[in-house]
Design a protein around this ligand. Sequence first.
Ligand code: CUA
Length: 358
Amino acid sequence: MLQIPLLAAAAENILQDVSTLHPVSPPAESIRYLFYFVVAVALVILAVVWGVLFYSLARFRQKKNTGGASSPSGQPANSEITTAEPPQVYGSLPIEIAWTVAPGIIVLLLALVIVRTELEVRIKAPATTAGTNAVTATVIGHQWWWEYVIEQNGDQTVNVVTANELHVPASGGSDSVETLRPVYLTLKSADVCHSFWVPRLAGKTDLIPGKTNQMWFQTTQPGLYFGQCAEYCGAQHANMLLRVYVDTPETFAAWLANEQKPAVDDAAMREGRQAFLAQSCVNCHTIRGTTAKGKFGPDLTHLAARETFAGGMIKLNRDNLRLWIRDPQQIKGECLMPAFGLSDRNVDLITDYLMTLK
Ligand code: CUA
C-alpha cells in the first residue's frame, strides 16, 4: 500500500516515449539515420545469403529420375535417385577474392558512416550555432541522483545548482543563430560510472570518475523528455531516472530567474527551518540563504519547484516527502541518506518547511 504512490513517478517514466526512433534533436536524428542505414545493409546481406541458399536448395536438391517406377512402399528405390553430385570445386581464387573484398568494402563503408555519426554526435555542434545562444551545464552523476550546475545562458554567466530535473530552453523554429539554443553538457561523476541517456535528445554518454565527457543536443520541441542512467551503478541504478524539461524561452527564463534566488524565508516556517538547520541535514544539503551548505546530497534551495525527488523515482508531495524524511532506506534501499530517527514533530516541521521551497 505504501509503495503505490511512491512508485508512481517511476511507473510514469516507464510509460513514456523513450524511443531512439522518435528523435527531436540533431544527435538523436544522426543515430536514427545510422540505425536505419546499418539495418538496410544487414537486410541486403541477408537477402543475398538467403537468395544463394534457397537457389542452391532448389537447384541442387536430390531429384527423382524421370520415368522410373516407385517401389511398392512408396519410397523411391535407391536406383531411382540421381546420385551423381554436381561438379565439386576445390579452391577458387576469384571466389576467395570476391568474398574477402566484398565484406571488406561493407565494413569500410559502415566504419566511415559510424565515424561521421560519431563526429556529429560527440564533437561537432553545427557551426552556425556555436557559442552565441548556447546553454552550458555540468552534469554530475551520484549514487543515485543527478546534480546539474547551469553555468552559461547565452552571454549571461549563471551559477544555478539543482538536482534530478534539468530545464533547458527550446530553440526557435528558424535556423538563425539567434533562435537556436544548443545545450552543451559536461559530464562528470562523483563516485562510480553512470551514463546519461535521454534517447529522443541524444545518444548515451558515460559519466566516468576522474574523466570529463561532453555531449550536446538542441530541439525546437518543448516538452518533458525522459531517460535513464544507462550504466549499472549499484543497487538503485534502475531508480536513477532522467527528466529533461525543454521549456519555451519565456518559461525557461522564469525558471532560471527563480532558481537564482536564495530560498524563500517564510516567517510562518521559521520553526521548520530551525528544525532543519538543527539536524544533520545541513551536513549534506545546501539551502542557499541559510547556514545549510552541505555538498553530498541534492541542493534543496528550490526543492518544491520540482515534480519528483530521489533521482526522479518519487512524485514530490507532502506524504511522499514525509515518508522519505522519516526513513529513506524503506523507499530507496542503500541510498546514502540514513534514517535519522527524528521525532514525528520534527519530521512534520521539516517536511512542511521543505514543501515551501518553491
Ligand atoms: Cu547511475 Cu546507473
